[in-house]
Ligand binder design. Structure first.
Ligand code: NAD
Length: 265
């Protein structure tokens, strides 16, 4: 595996869903570390504007693709090989959320969430491995705290992210022999376009009651964890899920009560 020891300036990362939010922050962080970045997204205008704003045309490739479409996925990896000839990191970040109760979740919504959040990373990984194995590298799948603990309204979203969490382990076990590490980052709530769409005032209040650090995370805080897992510093880490969640996964009952007592005490 040569990738972990090669200089950052020669490394290439492909980030899906890179036009905005957590993926955009990850792309910015890779660029700041000297990497070249392939930004893939299905929102063309936002993608093109975001890529141009980095003002690094020699190190940025914007690909207008849909991770749930097999022909798009194949074409994307062809373009990466043609442009850069190598791939050191793949961040399967593109995702969609449908929040609703089990009995009100249409099959179409379920299928769409699974196609983007599970089948997308499956196809992207299969397409990327032939190029990645030439140097070795790292894959990071973006799951969610909804993959770690169940709650209401997340039947499709939470199940898709739990599947991606297990897919992470399957990939880690199989791809280790190619010198490819695979880990997951499970974000807590981050105030991106996705959160603005599905986090009602009630959900926001619930999160504040359930998060020891008592705030939403920042896209940049997620980017730090993603880029770390792709770095030489993480060279012996594979098959793990890192929750970047302000302590959500660690806590159980009692947090609002404790806070109230602290305020009153
Ligand atoms: P976002 O909506 O701001 O960004 C997601 C990006 O993915 C968008 O640019 C969108 O166009 C792109 N995308 C979606 N489907 C695509 C597809 N089929 N093909 C190509 N691009 C596609 O959301 P975000 O909050 O930055 O989410 C990033 C990841 O983090 C997602 O996987 C999400 O599930 C996960 N996550 C987010 C939160 C949160 O609170 N924001 C919490 C846990 C996990």
């Amino acid at each position: 595996m040569t990738s972990p020891t090669s200089p950052a300036s020669s490394r290439v990362a492909l980030v899906t869903g890179a036009a905005q939010g957590i993926g955009h922050a990850a792309a910015a962080r890779f660029l700041a570390e000297g990497w070249s970045v392939v930004m893939l997204d299905w929102k063309k205008d936002v993608l093109v504007a975001a890529a141009e704003a980095f003002r690094a045309p020699d190190r940025v490739l914007a690909l207008h693709k849909d991770v749930s479409q097999p022909s798009d996925v194949a074409a994307a990896l062809d373009e990466v090989r043609t442009r850069f000839g190598r791939l050191d990191a793949l961040v399967n970040n593109a995702g969609i959320a449908h929040f609703g109760p089990l009995m009100e979740t249409p099959l179409e919504a379920w299928n769409e969430v699974m196609a983007v959040n599970v089948t997308g990373p499956f196809m992207m990984t299969k397409a990327a491995v032939p190029l990645m194995r030439e140097t070795g590298g790292a894959i990071v799948n973006i799951t969610s705290i909804s993959s770690l603990r169940a709650s209401t309204l997340r039947v499709a979203y939470g199940t898709s992210k739990a599947a991606l969490g297990h897919l992470t382990k399957q990939m880690a076990v199989e791809l280790a022999s190619y010198g490819i590490r695979v880990n997951a980052v499970a974000p807590g709530p981050v105030d991106t376009a996705m959160a603005k769409k599905v986090h009602s005032p009630e959900i926001r209040a619930d999160y504040h009651d359930a998060i020891p650090l008592n705030r939403y995370g920042l896209p940049e805080e997620l980017a730090d964890a993603i880029v770390y897992l792709c770095s030489p510093g993480a060279s012996y880490i594979t098959g793990q899920t890192l929750a970047v969640d302000g302590g959500f996964d660690a806590t159980g009952i009692g947090l609002p009560t404790l806070r109230r007592d602290q305020r009153n005490g």
